[in-house]
Unconditional design. Structure first.
Length: 331
């Protein structure tokens, strides 16, 4: 395995394309000076940035938070030692989302009072606003991993959906490809498959599907396979998406959390789903949004009548059409 590369905020740029990449970042918040970024520093030589990253076969975006905390720390030093005691860590409020699926109305309904945004993949496909949703994530998210639809759009490959969903994916993928520019497609290609994050003493593993198959495996909450996942020691919470159904499952050594889907929920309610991690606990939530506005935007796309009706049904009902309820659809 390639030796890890350590880097400062100045070198923390979007990654080069990588087939299989993982990354790890330490996160914290220093609220007194308005810092909502990355830290604290594990190594002295990176004290200006307050961040250390370990990458294998690739990199990670987003450097905005690093610049912010670096600037605030310089300002704090200028103010003098009498103010330094105010740089004590305070709790982090993390908004965790998955499966946004180009649904800008649903994304706009998410809570805005968060310190960090973590995204578990599938920014695009099925929805009418892929470019806007990609830009929202690029500008706001501290951590993002790649989903099967991000992979399919970025590399022009099969997202491996079930037969009924494959028609929806293929037709919307053609539109998505035309709506995204080259840089946005490159961003999707370069997202890591998995990431590990440490926040306020809690260690997280992030992936879209499952750790052993981070893009494609469809796994329900009750599956016994969660017990056999190749999860490294010390992981407290495993964050996954892909099924569009929210759940929390307590295992012997860790908690598995699926926040559900923001843009195409399948848990029986037409609401944008999410999770909040704060003060050492994680909760599931959902928010109502203007579903009909998303449906109307879909109507304006060049979709076949059958595909449009299926997409509209899922959005309006928070469930799949009865014809594809069994076997479980791959998202």
């Amino acid at each position: 395995m390639q030796a890890p590369r350590y880097f400062t905020a100045a070198a923390w740029q979007r990654p080069n394309a990588a087939e299989n990449q993982t990354c790890s970042i330490a996160l914290s918040r220093y609220s007194k000076f308005g810092c909502k970024g990355i830290g604290p520093k594990p190594l002295q030589q990176f004290s200006a940035a307050g961040v250390i990253g370990r990458l294998e076969s690739g990199g990670l975006a987003n450097s905005t938070a690093c610049s912010e905390i670096s600037s605030n720390r310089r300002n704090a030093a200028i103010m003098g030692s009498s103010r330094r005691k105010r740089l004590e860590p305070s709790p982090v409020r993390v908004l965790i989302v998955s499966d946004l699926h180009a649904n800008l109305e649903a994304v706009s309904a998410l809570p805005s009072d968060f310190d960090q945004l973590w995204v578990l993949g599938d920014l695009v496909n099925y929805g009418p606003n892929p470019a806007e949703v990609v830009e929202f994530v690029r500008q706001r998210a501290a951590m993002v991993v790649r989903g099967n639809h991000d992979h399919a759009v970025g590399f022009d490959e099969d997202p491996r959906c079930s037969a009924r969903f494959r028609r929806m994916a293929e037709e919307t993928r053609r539109y998505t490809g035309s709506a995204l520019n080259q840089e946005q497609r490159r961003y999707l290609r370069n997202l890591p498959l998995k990431a590990t994050v440490a926040a306020a003493g809690t260690h997280f593993l992030m992936c879209h599907a499952v750790p052993s198959e981070p893009l494609f495996e469809y796994r329900r909450e009750e599956s016994p396979l969660w017990l056999a996942d190749p999860v490294e020691p010390g992981i407290d919470i495993e964050l996954v998406g892909h099924t569009h159904i929210p759940f929390r499952r307590f295992l012997e050594s860790r908690l598995v959390v699926n926040p559900g889907s923001v843009g195409q929920p399948k848990h029986g309610r037409a609401e944008a789903c999410y999770a909040i991690w704060e003060d050492g606990g994680i909760t599931l939530g959902s928010a109502a949004y203007d579903v009909e506005r998303t449906v109307e935007r879909l109507r304006r796309l060049c979709l076949s009548p059958a595909v449009f009706e299926d997409l509209a049904f899922v959005l309006r009902n928070g469930s799949v059409p009865s014809a594809c309820a069994l076997p479980p659809p791959s998202s």
